[in-house]
Design a protein around this ligand. Structure first.
Ligand SMILES: Cc1cc2nc3c(=O)[nH]c(=O)nc-3n(C[C@H](O)[C@H](O)[C@H](O)COP(=O)(O)O)c2cc1C
Length: 161
């Protein structure tokens, strides 16, 4: 029997779809016999999503004055309100932002990173901070970053939480 595939849930926070394109790119790159990827828009989710098996990737942009996108608000506020113990959770963050917003650059990803850490979850790898003003497409950044992150996620899964 081949080993069970590692499950990755990508949680997408987006206003105009860019983060969703990144998630689709990663799903295409990662989903094979050894890795099983589910991509979920955050819209209808609450903190119970973190009871899913496997690792998580929060893929979110930033809006307003350093806020999470509208479709991520429910999940973000539920984590703040319920404060579940997420010590079993391993996650990564792919943040999208724009350095033109110097004071709040990539705060959407940062907000999720901060609350997940506060709740006991352990981050896999560094938080990505894509910059829309850099001229590099976020899908390109994701492609380069994605294979290394998957390796780290596999290592994390082979160790007890
Ligand atoms: C109205 C508006 C507000 C924004 N505010 C921020 C911000 O505070 N910080 C930041 O880093 N990026 C900010 N951005 C940039 C977006 O996060 C960035 O363009 C991102 O790639 C959009 O991804 P999405 O299409 O998945 O929502 C803002 C963009 C818009 C249009």
């Amino acid at each position: 029997m081949p080993p069970a595939p590692m499950k990755v849930t990508i949680l997408v926070g987006t206003m105009t779809g860019t983060a969703q394109l990144v998630a689709q790119e990663l799903e295409l790159a990662w989903d094979d016999g050894e890795t099983q990827v589910s991509t979920l828009l955050m819209d209808a989710l609450d903190s119970s999503v973190f009871s899913r098996e496997g690792v998580f990737l929060v893929c979110t942009s930033t809006y307003g004055q350093g806020d999470v996108p509208d479709n991520a608000r429910r999940l973000y506020e539920d984590l703040q309100a319920k404060r579940p113990n997420l010590a079993h959770v391993r996650y990564g963050v792919f943040g999208l932002g724009d350095r033109t917003y110097a004071e709040t650059f990539n705060f959407g990803g940062k907000r999720f990173d901060d609350i997940l850490t506060e709740l006991g979850a352990q981050r896999i790898g560094e938080r990505v901070q894509h910059d829309a003003s850099s001229g590099v497409l976020p899908e390109e950044t994701a492609q380069e970053w994605g294979s290394d992150w998957l390796t780290l996620a596999r290592e994390a899964c082979s160790q007890p939480a």
